[in-house]
Write a protein that binds this ligand. Structure first.
Ligand SMILES: Cc1cc2nc3c(=O)[nH]c(=O)nc-3n(C[C@H](O)[C@H](O)[C@H](O)COP(=O)(O)OP(=O)(O)OC[C@H]3O[C@@H](n4cnc5c(N)ncnc54)[C@H](O)[C@@H]3O)c2cc1C
Length: 414
């Protein structure tokens, strides 16, 4: 039986997010977008306001006071926040997905330490750091030889680990005060057998953020370079299975919702482009009538609608499978690729219809287009996610996801 109806809670959260996007985010998003210094663009007031509505901690389990939302619900909320601004939506979405991962991969003692920390500070955001100057896609499509992949090292010293290295482009870098980072415990072994995940706070000695990257879009969120200079992390803050972090990153992308939620946020941008374009097409007169009444332009809007809705249903299906604890790992990758591709197509159709007016900063399309392009690469390049999915084709059966099984086994070991 196929079910498309949303629960009352999902509808209420979706509407709350859309209202927040329209009333709180859209009026200020342009200010941050135009701020020339990327280290100054972030709007903390929005985080505090959203926190009061329970949006910041939506994925924290209910037993710890959070919203306990699943991947499907988070996707819907993320799409509607991104309707207001993609950068700000990403600040929330990163926090949600890493929180989901922490909730699943930590021990009971670790949850008692980390979850209240996130709950109690209304400005607490999270970041996940994998990408480095010499290692990007190698963590998404695991390159499994010792000479490649993540170069950050973790050396054991007594009951502590000493981390050294550099991460770059990290969303919420410079904003987050709880960070999940992956490092190699043995450079002689391939990344699949030598990467471990660690949790730390941003005030840990030796940790610093040295650059906030200036970027084309998503200008309302920071992407930082993180430096780890002899950072000491206690054994108690190792997260997940020692040397199993690369598999767990795969689980973050699939079972813990990262790719699905990423696809949903970029779709929010495209949805807004569609809405403002439909309005513009009805009001702009050329050739003696509103351009919407010229068949080719009406057809353009129908195409945009088709691209949006087909992307959304694929995301919902993938989110639903993740919520069942049996993610369809192929769909989880492909639904992000599809959402990013469809969104860019929708944005280009909007750009075409708005013509010169869409090129001007005074109007919304220019920013939406810049924002939307970010997810062609963020959360794994579309090319690499297609490769990852193609590697799984024929190898994987529904309910038998390669990445999540590794996580299940790790969980059973405790
Ligand atoms: C806005 C934004 C936010 C981000 N946030 C984060 C974050 O929070 N945390 C984080 O860790 N990272 C983050 N990233 C980094 C992102 O995950 C990487 O950019 C991405 O994984 C690709 O790595 P790269 O840019 O180094 O490209 P590369 O890996 O150098 O890829 C270059 C080109 O080669 C292709 N390619 C790579 N490997 C293969 C292969 N095996 N076969 C065929 N083609 C291949 C790619 O598709 C691409 O076209 C973010 C990036 C952006 C743009």
């Amino acid at each position: 039986m196929v079910e498309f109806s949303l629960t009352k809670r999902q509808m209420a959260l979706r509407d709350k997010a859309r209202k927040f996007a329209i009333e709180e985010m859209i009026p200020v998003a342009e200010v941050g977008d135009r701020e020339p210094d990327p280290a100054k663009s972030f709007n903390w007031e929005l985080i505090r306001k959203a926190d009061k509505l329970g949006l910041r901690t939506l994925s924290v389990p209910k037993e710890f006071g959070g919203g306990g939302a699943d991947v499907l619900t988070l996707s819907m909320v993320g799409e509607n926040l991104a309707y207001g601004d993609l950068g700000i939506a990403v600040a929330f979405d990163q926090t949600w997905k890493i929180m989901t991962m922490i909730s699943h991969l930590t021990t009971a003692r670790q949850r008692k330490k980390w979850l209240p920390r996130v709950m109690d500070d209304p400005e607490c955001l999270l970041a996940a750091a994998a990408t480095e100057p010499l290692s990007g896609s190698d963590s998404i499509l695991p390159y499994n030889k010792a000479d490649g992949g993540v170069r950050m090292t973790a050396r054991k010293k007594g009951d502590k680990w000493i981390l050294n290295g550099e991460k770059r482009y990290i969303s919420n870098g410079g904003l987050a005060n709880v960070i999940y980072v992956m490092a190699r415990t043995d450079m002689r072994k391939p990344p699949l057998k030598s990467m471990t995940g660690f949790l730390l706070t941003s005030d840990t000695p030796g940790y610093s953020v040295t650059e906030i990257w200036d970027k084309l879009g998503q200008r309302n969120v920071a992407n930082g370079t993180m430096i780890f200079d002899n950072v000491e992390i206690p054994q108690a803050d190792v997260m997940g299975t020692p040397n199993g972090a690369l598999g767990e990153l795969g689980a973050l992308l699939t079972r813990f919702g990262s790719n699905i939620q990423a696809g949903a946020t970029v779709l929010g941008v495209a949805q807004r482009a569609y809405d403002v374009t439909l309005q513009y097409a009805k009001q702009r007169v050329q050739g003696g009538k509103p351009i919407f009444e010229h068949q080719i332009q009406a057809q353009r809007l129908a195409r945009m609608r088709m691209l949006l809705e087909s992307a959304r249903y694929y995301l919902w299906y993938s989110g639903w499978t993740a919520g069942q604890g049996e993610p369809d790992a192929v769909a989880a990758s492909l639904c992000k690729v599809n959402a990013a591709e469809n969104s860019v197509k929708v944005l280009m159709e909007a750009f075409e219809l708005w013509a010169a007016t869409g090129y001007m900063k005074k109007n919304p399309i220019e920013k939406l287009l810049r924002d939307g392009l970010s997810f062609v690469h963020s959360d794994g390049t579309n090319d690499v996610l297609l490769l990852k999915a193609s590697n799984l084709l024929g190898e994987i059966k529904r309910g038998d996801p390669r990445y999540s099984r590794r996580v299940e086994l790790a969980a059973k070991g405790r």
